[in-house]
Design a protein around this ligand. Structure first.
Ligand code: ADP
Length: 212
């Protein structure tokens, strides 16, 4: 993980987790135009998740599709609870996530990177948001699935948390698990998120020095 990699963004980060390679850039808070979109009591958070055509094995057609629109929305919802949006009325905070290389778990890698970019932009936050995916493959609960495990596994469950108070801001599930498996998966996933959190803090300290 590396923070502050782009000159022209207010905040940015590069994150590699397994074979996922992701850049996040943040602009704002800046005055929102057109004005009728402004909120008098808070900042509006916009988020765009985009997969580069060369990020997957078979070239992906460029531009938004249903999947990227859904991921943009859940990413925004995963990050928004961490941001003190009420400090910046009438503004927007714009988050851009670019997937350069994908190997399952790109939404969680994107959330992890965007949270670092928000911190790098100096936007006041309750906590960082740390994310990873957990799933079930060949009857076993496993952390951080690869693309093959995701395709042939029984379940895939992306999770994002604010680690300081263990608040969950994203929990999705594709596939099926028993209640017991779900509990085990949630525990393992949250442990994974806490490891990610450590790395995020290390990356921020690397740029900004010691302190909390
Ligand atoms: P996530 O990346 O968050 O796990 P998905 O479960 O939807 O989200 O996707 C799993 C993986 O499938 C992606 O990380 C990527 O490697 C691959 N993938 C997703 N969309 C496409 C696509 N349009 N073309 C090729 N591969 C894709």
């Amino acid at each position: 993980m590396e923070v502050g990699i782009l000159k022209r963004a207010d905040g940015s980060a590069y994150v590699e987790i397994g074979d996922n390679k992701v850049i996040a850039a943040v602009y704002g808070p800046r005055e929102l135009h057109p004005r009728h979109l402004q909120r008098p009591d808070r900042a509006v958070v916009n988020c765009r998740y985009n997969m580069a055509p060369f990020s997957v094995e078979e070239r992906k057609r460029s531009g938004p599709d249903r999947r990227s629109i859904e991921i943009s929305k859940v990413t925004r919802l995963a990050l928004e609870p961490a941001i003190f949006t009420e400090y910046f009325p009438r503004t927007s905070i714009d988050i851009f996530i670019e997937i350069l290389q994908a190997d399952a778990g790109t939404r969680t890698t994107g959330i992890t990177a965007a949270s670092l970019a928000l911190a790098d932009a100096g936007i006041p936050m309750r906590d960082l948001v740390s994310a990873c995916a957990v799933g079930k493959v060949a009857g076993r609960i496993v952390l951080d699935l690869t693309k093959v495990e995701d395709n042939f596994g029984e379940a895939d469950m992306p999770i994002a948390i604010m680690p300081r108070d263990n608040r969950i801001t994203l929990l999705q599930m594709d596939g099926t698990m028993t209640e017991e498996e779900f509990k085990e998966a949630l525990k393992l996933g949250m442990e994974g998120c806490r490891k990610i959190y450590k790395e995020q803090r290390r990356a921020l300290k690397e740029k900004y020095g010691q302190g909390d």
